[in-house]
Unconditional design. Structure first.
Length: 279
């Protein structure tokens, strides 16, 4: 099943919903007339309608009734009331895709009718600039092509990996929380440039572009990060001197520990029902 020829509805019209709408329209695989979004914020709905020409409405149940694919894009703490509101309209003919971090498939199933076709995902904020990383977790009861439909939707805003649900906490610790780690690295690199005499704007531009370019080089060449490191370092040179300083500071260990601790925290919040879950 491809998203082509299908209608898609977003329960919740926040940043991630907008990112997906923008990505889908940019790829051209679906038209604005096939996309709907609902939200309690009428000004937000007007904004989306004005920017993208999609259908907007404030009635969640009516949105679910009119679409083939339902994307649950509300905050984890309001998943339960929203799903109770729309449950009567969620038939086995509809595919439900959840973006709600920390809300398990079992929890979602308990709130929806028996036989629901359900996929959990963990996207990240770079989807806002169509450079996201999304993990997709399939569940029992899917129809052939459902996973491909989810992949097609999220590939419109970046890279996709299909994993087992128990690995989504690790995804949260790595790519879900990762933009915060990378932002910290960029800020620190820029601070280093300022310390050595660069103006703030120039230092920030150079730091951000260096991270962007290095990531793109790795993705497009398929090279190991060690190969990129070796390309830059020369005997007794500046890069190897800088790397030695990073190793003295334990940068590898610190980043590994960050992913581990964020993963464990994700598991804790998941066991608590996803309340107040933060990426």
């Amino acid at each position: 099943m491809s998203i082509k020829g299908k209608t898609i509805g977003f329960l919740g019209a926040g940043n991630m919903a907008e990112a997906l709408i923008k990505g889908l329209l940019k790829t051209g695989i679906i038209s604005a007339d096939s996309i709907s979004a609902s939200d309690v914020r009428l000004d937000r709905l007007e904004q989306l309608r004005s920017l993208y020409g999609v259908h907007t409405l404030s009635d969640n149940a009516h949105l679910v009734k009119r679409v083939d694919v339902v994307i649950l894009a509300v905050k984890p703490q309001i998943v339960a009331p929203v799903l109770r509101e729309v449950a009567s309209e969620v038939t086995p003919e509809k595919l439900v895709i959840s973006l709600a971090a920390g809300v398990s498939t079992a929890t979602l199933r308990a709130l929806l009718p028996k036989g629901v076709r359900l996929i959990r995902t963990m996207p990240n904020t770079p989807a806002l600039v169509l450079e996201g990383a999304t993990a997709i977790a399939r569940s029992d009861g899917l129809k052939p092509g459902d996973a491909e439909t989810a992949r097609e939707i999220f590939e419109a805003v970046g890279k996709v990996a299909v994993l087992e649900e128990e690995l989504l906490d690790a995804v949260t610790g790595l790519s879900g929380s990762g933009p915060a780690y990378v932002a910290l690295v960029i800020e620190a690199l820029a601070d280093g440039g300022v310390k050595m005499g660069l103006d703030r704007a120039t230092a920030m531009t150079l730091a951000a572009q260096t991270v962007l370019g290095s990531a793109k080089l790795l993705l497009e060449t398929g090279a190991h990060p060690g190969q990129l490191k070796d390309m830059v370092t020369s005997p007794g040179g500046t890069a190897i001197t800088g790397i030695a300083a990073l190793e003295e500071g334990g940068v590898r260990r610190t980043l590994i520990n960050a992913v581990e601790r964020a993963t464990l925290r994700s598991r804790e919040l998941g066991r608590a029902g996803g309340e107040d879950k933060k990426a």
